[in-house]
Write a protein that binds this ligand. Structure first.
Ligand SMILES: [Zn+2]
Length: 271
């Protein structure tokens, strides 16, 4: 990801779109879209551009958050990238561009100082790397891999809810991959720890970047093998089997959890 100059930006074709984001990492959205016309937007709002980054995927323009506060124009809203994705009506709308922009916005904000000598980090052109000019240590945006697993038992699936979930919303089990583990080992361990069950027939389903702030989700399906549900109360408030005809409130359609539930369980229902 290279840093480019404002003059380069305004000389580009007038239909070029960019993700505008604030120094606090929020997206600026206009008419519910995070991809704004570059030249038109800059001419209209006269924002003082802090930085511009571009690679083959995405162009990003950083604005100081306070500059957007005076806009009487109600078309402009600030939104946390995670809230934007959760509000989308389908996973198909999640563009690589905007996901990458969200991750970069968060990472750029987090990677400001060297953790070895406290020097101010500088961006390395053409990459997502940041480097300490004092001790030469390199830093990259962090990616934290995690697993999701849909556990089936005949016409039922296991769904759970934790304290972080909205009231009455249930979802499939998830957990971060621990040091030294394979993704498959994480599934077996998390299922055992969180609900006390054993599963079998693990199958890969798909993956999704979820950069809020830095997750990478790897999804599996599994079949129930044995055990009675016994939840870990430090992780979950409730877990139980739901029949396909009485599913509770589920995660938003933009999430991989929901896509997994829909594709594997809801859409393949037999009558
Ligand atoms: Zn340093």
């Amino acid at each position: 990801m290279k840093q480019i100059h404002l003059t380069d930006l305004t000389q580009k074709p007038s239909d070029q779109r960019a993700v505008f984001y604030t120094t606090e990492g929020k997206f600026i959205i206009q008419n519910d879209s995070p991809l704004l016309l570059v030249r038109e937007t800059l001419e209209r709002f006269q924002w003082n551009v802090q930085a511009v980054h571009e690679d083959e995927c995405v162009l990003m323009v950083q604005i100081k958050e306070e500059e957007t506060h005076d806009e009487a124009d109600s078309e402009i809203k600030l939104i946390a990238p995670r809230d934007y994705f959760l509000s989308m009506s389908s996973q198909l709308e999640i563009g690589k561009k905007v996901l990458r922009a969200a991750h970069w916005a968060v990472a750029n904000q987090m990677l400001q100082f060297c953790s070895h000598c406290a020097g101010s980090l500088e961006k390395v052109p053409e990459t997502t790397e940041k480097k300490c000019p004092q001790c030469q240590k390199s830093f990259f945006p962090k990616l934290s891999p995690a697993v999701l697993v849909l556990i089936q038992r005949g016409d039922e699936i296991l769904l759970a809810r934790g304290p972080q979930h909205p009231p009455e919303m249930y979802t499939i089990l998830a957990g971060f991959i621990d040091l030294g583990e394979s993704a498959e080992e994480t599934v077996y361990r998390e299922v055992r720890e969180e609900v006390g069950l054993e599963v079998t027939n693990l199958k890969y389903f798909g993956s999704q970047s979820w950069p809020f702030p830095d997750s990478f989700m790897i999804a599996f399906t599994a079949d129930y093998l044995r055990g009675e549900i016994k939840i870990d109360p430090s992780e979950l408030e409730e877990a139980r089997w739901f029949h396909r005809d009485e599913l509770p409130k589920l995660p938003p359609p933009s999430t991989l959890s929901r896509k997994l539930i829909d594709d594997v369980f809801v859409k393949r229902r037999s009558f």
